[in-house]
Design a protein around this ligand. Structure first.
Ligand SMILES: N[C@@H](CCC(=O)N[C@@H](CS)C(=O)NCC(=O)O)C(=O)O
Length: 213
């Protein structure tokens, strides 16, 4: 199995985290020729990362890959068996993808489009509020007492909320949600979270250096 993509991408880090949490880290690689090459587009017409190749299966979309790895790899299950608990895990992921991701895009594009930043900040504050609403504040992990698909989705997105802070008050948005803030402090201090954050920070530094040069 090869997972194509770079570690800075929250969508690449999501399935990578799932594989690590299951104790069976997938091989990560950059696609030779890049994600806009005809060879890549033949496997993945969206031209986005990540792409998982497992034999004759070429699977795009981070959450689909994460669910596939959960089903295909040995190790602890990333979705609880209980139907209600499973729905809550999937809800947190869906809220992240539907509300956090688009606003993160707005914040990330802030340098080129500063006019879009206030709306993105407002939207991000609301998105974090939705997640706070559906979490139990005393849950150790995003949901419940073990690492799930929800942690795998949220950790690499929250990395950017820390990283973008300064010119934009993104840490304050987290602090406004006490349960989530406590989760994030625990998540980034955990072995899996600290590794992901360090790797994304390295990726961000490399991206900034390439933009500056
Ligand atoms: N919905 C996709 C989003 C993937 C995505 O947007 N990946 C970005 C990297 S963070 C990408 O490949 N962008 C390149 C492009 O759009 O040209 C997923 O969950 O996998």
């Amino acid at each position: 199995m090869i997972l194509y993509g770079g570690k800075l991408s929250p969508f690449v880090m999501r399935p990578l985290l799932v594989s690590r949490a299951k104790g069976a880290e997938v091989t990560l690689a950059l696609f030779e020729g890049g994600i806009k090459s005809p060879e890549y587009l033949a496997l993945c017409p969206t031209g986005k990362m990540p792409l998982l190749v497992d034999g004759d299966l070429a699977l795009p979309e981070s959450q689909v890959i994460a669910e596939y790895l959960d089903a295909a790899l040995p190790g602890p299950k990333m979705v609880p068996d209980d139907a209600r608990a499973a729905a809550k895990v999937r809800l947190l992921v869906r809220l992240a993808d539907t509300y956090v991701v688009p606003n993160l895009g707005g914040l990330f594009r802030g340098r080129e489009n500063p006019a879009g930043v206030p709306d993105a900040l407002k939207g991000m504050g609301e998105a974090l509020g939705y997640i706070e609403h559906y979490r139990s504040a005393d849950d150790e992990f995003a949901f419940g007492s073990s690492f799930t698909l929800a942690d795998a989705a949220l950790i690499p997105l929250f990395f950017f909320l820390d990283a973008l802070d300064g010119p934009m008050p993104t840490k304050a948005l987290i602090a406004a949600q006490p349960g989530l803030a406590a989760w994030w402090a625990r998540a980034k201090a955990s072995a899996l979270g600290a590794q992901a954050v360090a790797e994304q920070a390295e990726g961000l530094k490399a991206m900034m250096a390439s933009r500056a040069g």
